[in-house]
Design a protein around this ligand. Structure first.
Ligand code: IPM
Ligand code: MN
Length: 356
């Protein structure tokens, strides 16, 4: 993005532990911004389960149009134990991703030095890749329905919608990203061509066609099940992985675990031509809500990704370096309640390392 003196950011703390982690993320963001000599105006949006239960509103009229005017969105978490599964997820989180056309979900899987991974004999040099997850189609499109619902003859159909346009823009993003990242220069397509002979076929044909325009990028293909295996056994084989919405959802939870857990995993919902939204990927963790025990690092890493996306790379690396110091030197564990510090104290440590 083009650099500015003053950015406008929408902040959606959301449900569960969202508000606690977003508070710390905003502190880190403010500190980085102050040090780097630009300004960020923040507008808070009260959206999520509490508001839905209070007023029945999920995404009030006009909110989407307002959100479109921002330079970025920082989101905590969506999901409430007292709201039926699907209402908030589809009505709010997926609605935001779809309506704002955030067609890539960008999820880095990076093991920082000093962080424990459950993978034996693997270290930071082995675990450093990015999943480019298609974010507006596939099984998430909501296509399908019931027939004879509630009867013994019930039929449920849930279709995966894959358009040439949707697949191609995601695949192109992945090639561009891989080139810009300039790491192993290898892009792996993850699909299931041996079974999903329509959807995965479209992905593979598109991938191969686009690949011809990127002779500098090595390409590879693996089935989703095999990637789950290799991600555990040989994570060093991966640089950038591109895949559909559902496979990407599953892969990135696995990815979060091998990089040290949900306490550190962040992602971006990217619309390269519009407004992008950054979030910790761990969800609302209701059992930890209000206890000041959740790890805010993932949300702080989301703020770092937001800064990077704005083109404010110095501010972003200030935050990243502080995160690295906290996870290598201060925290006993990245898990909620086992960090040796409270949520706010971890935020304090990040600020301390930023000399803010
Ligand atoms: C994620 C989450 C969401 C998803 C849910 C909450 C709808 O799991 O961001 O990965 O499936 O995309
Ligand atoms: Mn998920």
């Amino acid at each position: 993005m083009e650099k500015k003196k003053n950015y406008r950011i929408a902040v959606i703390p959301g449900d569960g532990t969202g508000p606690e982690v977003i508070r710390e993320a905003v502190r880190a963001l403010d500190a980085a911004v102050a040090k780097c000599g630009f300004a960020v105006e923040k507008v808070h949006y009260d959206l999520g389960g509490e508001r839905y239960m209070r007023t029945g509103e999920i995404l009030p009229e006009g909110t989407l149009d307002e959100l479109r005017t921002f330079d970025g969105i920082l989101l905590g978490a969506i999901g409430h134990p007292e709201v039926k599964p699907g209402i908030l997820e589809k009505g709010l989180l997926l609605e935001l991703r779809f309506s704002l056309d955030q067609y890539v979900n960008l999820r880095p899987v990076v093991l920082y030095p000093g962080v424990d991974t459950p993978l034996k004999n693997k270290g930071p040099e082995d675990i450093n890749f990015v999943v480019v997850r298609e974010n507006t189609e596939g099984l998430y499109a909501g296509s399908g329905g019931f027939l004879r619902k509630g009867t013994p003859q019930e039929v449920a159909v849930q279709e995966s919608v894959n358009t040439r346009m949707g697949v191609e823009r995601c695949v192109r993003f992945a090639f561009e990203y891989c080139r810009k990242r300039n790491y192993r220069k290898k892009l792996t397509l993850c699909a299931k061509v041996n079974v999903l002979t329509y959807a995965s076929d479209l992905w593979q044909r598109t991938f191969n066609e686009v690949a011809a325009e990127y002779p500098d990028i090595r390409t590879d293909y693996a089935h989703i099940d095999a990637i789950c295996m290799w991600m555990v056994k040989n994570p060093e084989w991966f640089d950038v992985i591109v895949t559909d919405n559902m496979f990407g959802d599953i892969l990135t939870d696995l990815g979060a675990m091998i990089q040290g857990g949900m306490g550190i995993a962040a992602g971006g919902n990217i619309n390269p031509q519009g407004v992008s939204m950054f979030e910790p990927i761990g969800g609302s963790a209701p059992k930890y809500a209000g206890k000041n025990v959740i790890n805010p690092i993932a949300a702080i890493a989301a703020a770092q990704m937001l800064l990077d996306h704005l083109g404010e790379t110095s501010a972003a690396s200030l935050v990243e370096e502080a995160i690295k110091k906290v996870v290598a030197g201060d925290l006993k564990s990245l898990s909620a309640g086992q960090m040796g510090y409270s949520t706010t104290e971890v935020g304090d440590l990040v600020l301390k390392h930023m000399n803010a």
